[in-house]
Each structure stands twice: as C-alpha cells, then as structure tokens.
Design a protein around this ligand. Structure first.
Ligand code: NAD
Length: 235
C-alpha cells in the first residue's frame, strides 16, 4: 500500500520542499501560467519579455512600471503552506525549502533554511555603489529608482537571460541530493534550470502536490492534485 503524506513526512529525516508560484496563490499572489495567471493577461509586451535582463536595461522605466504594479505584493501574508513548513522546521524537522518564488513568504512565516533560486524582491542594490535597498523603497519610488549616489537600482531577482546565483544553486543541489524525501509543490516545472534540479534527487520518496498535472507526475511515489495549503495543513 502507498504511504500517506503524513507517514512520509514523519519518517523523513532530510526533507526538501521544492516549490513554485502555486505555493503563494493562496496568499493572493497570482502565478504565471494558471487561468488567472500573469501570462494569460493581455499586455502590449509579454511579461516574459518585460522580466528579462535585456528589457530591464533597454526599457528601465517600463520595466519598473510593470514590476511595481505586478511583482511587489508587499501586502501578502504567509498562507497555510508556508506556516506548516515553518512549524515543521521549528519542531526540529530537517527541512530545506528550495523555492522559485521571490516573494519572501517562507521567511515571513519563520522558515530559516530557504534557497531562493530566483532571488528576492526584498533585496535590491545599486549597480554603481552596491548600496542595498528594501522592497518598500522600490514600491514607493517613482519612474526609475535611483540610489543616493545617482546609480540605477536593480532588484536581486533573476531575470530571464541571467544566471542563477552560484552559492544558492550549490546549496539547493546539495540539499536535494542528500534528501530522503522531496515534496514538489505548486510549480508547472517548465522554468529551467530550476526544474532540472530534481534530477539530483537520489532519495526514497518523491511527492507531488499540484493543482494541475506536471511532467513528473509519472515519476512520483505519491501525487496529490489539490491546493498545497489545504493539503499541507491537514498534516
Ligand atoms: P507557474 O505559474 O508556471 O505554475 C504554477 C503551478 O502551480 C501550476 O501548475 C498550477 O496548477 C499550480 N498551482 C497554482 N495554485 C496552486 C495551489 N494553490 N496549490 C497547488 N498548485 C497550485 O509557476 P512556476 O512553475 O513557479 O514558474 C513561474 C516562475 O515565476 C517562477 O520562476 C517564479 O520565480 C516566478 N513567480 C513567482 C511568484 C512569487 O514569488 N509568488 C509569482 C509568480 C511567478
């Protein structure tokens, strides 16, 4: 008989939670590819173009108009999924979170071991002097956000066309390759290289929690199609 999610979690000694935008939809933040996701909304320039490094440097003001409007949900609060993961860690479970999200909600819920593959909206730095700025500074800025030295400020978010941060990649791969369980949740697994990280997994239990089918459903020991917050909070 297949084990339940509760059984798998309680017998795991090194657990990785590998998540994507679907982990934050229950906090009110739209994902990219669902029906009401950002990619289905009509823009003159598609979001994947706006969120690219080329566009950032060539159309900085337009980039920031979109970014302030759609990518800075500073009002969002952790949902049941973020809270349950933080609770498990606080209870002593060895759990690493590898997230494609940039919203910082895992840390806001209290998780400490978080690898943000695509960076964070909460860190921003001046491209001239390196000074750091928080997300509120960007949200309240007008036009192109500038440093006190006059330099251009860039979010520490991995834009299309940019490489992932080396240290974060190393940490995430290390966690996945030494885990006995990986729970994949709320991701379409279409963004690379992040989706390919799962190939490093050598452990026993691969679990998928997602509303829609994904390319790895067939590889998983347990597939739960539903809302990640609801499923995790029932643990
Ligand atoms: P995606 O939009 O491609 O896919 C989201 C997946 O989550 C879909 O398969 C959908 O069915 C599923 N889903 C949505 N709500 C769910 C829920 N409540 N429970 C379970 N499943 C749910 O997202 P992705 O694969 O993470 O790739 C998108 C990229 O966009 C990522 O790189 C991420 O950096 C970025 N992004 C981040 C945020 C954020 O930080 N919150 C939001 C949007 C996009």
């Amino acid at each position: 008989m297949k084990p339940t999610l509760s059984q798998i979690v309680s017998e795991s000694s090194r657990l990785v939670f590998f998540g994507g935008a679907g982990v934050s939809t229950e906090s009110g933040i739209p994902d990219f590819r669902s029906e009401d996701g950002l990619y289905r909304m009509k823009y003159d320039v598609p979001p994947e173009v706006i969120l690219s490094s080329d566009y950032f440097f060539s159309h900085t003001e337009e980039f920031y108009r979109f970014y302030r409007d759609k990518m800075l949900p500073l009002w969002a609060e952790p949902n049941a999924a973020h809270k349950k993961l933080a609770e498990l860690e606080a209870e002593g479970k060895h759990i690493d979170i590898v997230t494609q999200n940039i919203d910082g909600l895992h840390q806001k819920a209290g998780s400490k071991r978080v690898f943000e593959l695509h960076g964070s909206i909460h860190r921003n730095h001046c491209l001239r002097c390196g000074a750091l700025y928080d997300a509120t500074y960007i949200a309240q800025s007008k036009g192109i956000p500038r440093c006190s030295c006059g330099g251009l400020i860039k979010p520490d978010v991995v834009l299309y066309g940019e490489p992932l941060d080396g240290e974060t990649v190393e940490g995430a791969l290390d966690a996945i390759s030494s885990a006995d369980t990986v729970i994949v949740a709320g991701t379409s697994l279409t963004v690379y290289p992040a989706a390919g990280f799962l190939n490093a997994f050598r452990g026993r239990h691969l679990v998928l929690i997602n509303r829609d089918a994904t390319p790895i459903d067939g590889r998983c020991e347990l597939v739960l199609h539903g809302k990640v917050g609801e499923i995790l909070s029932a643990l």
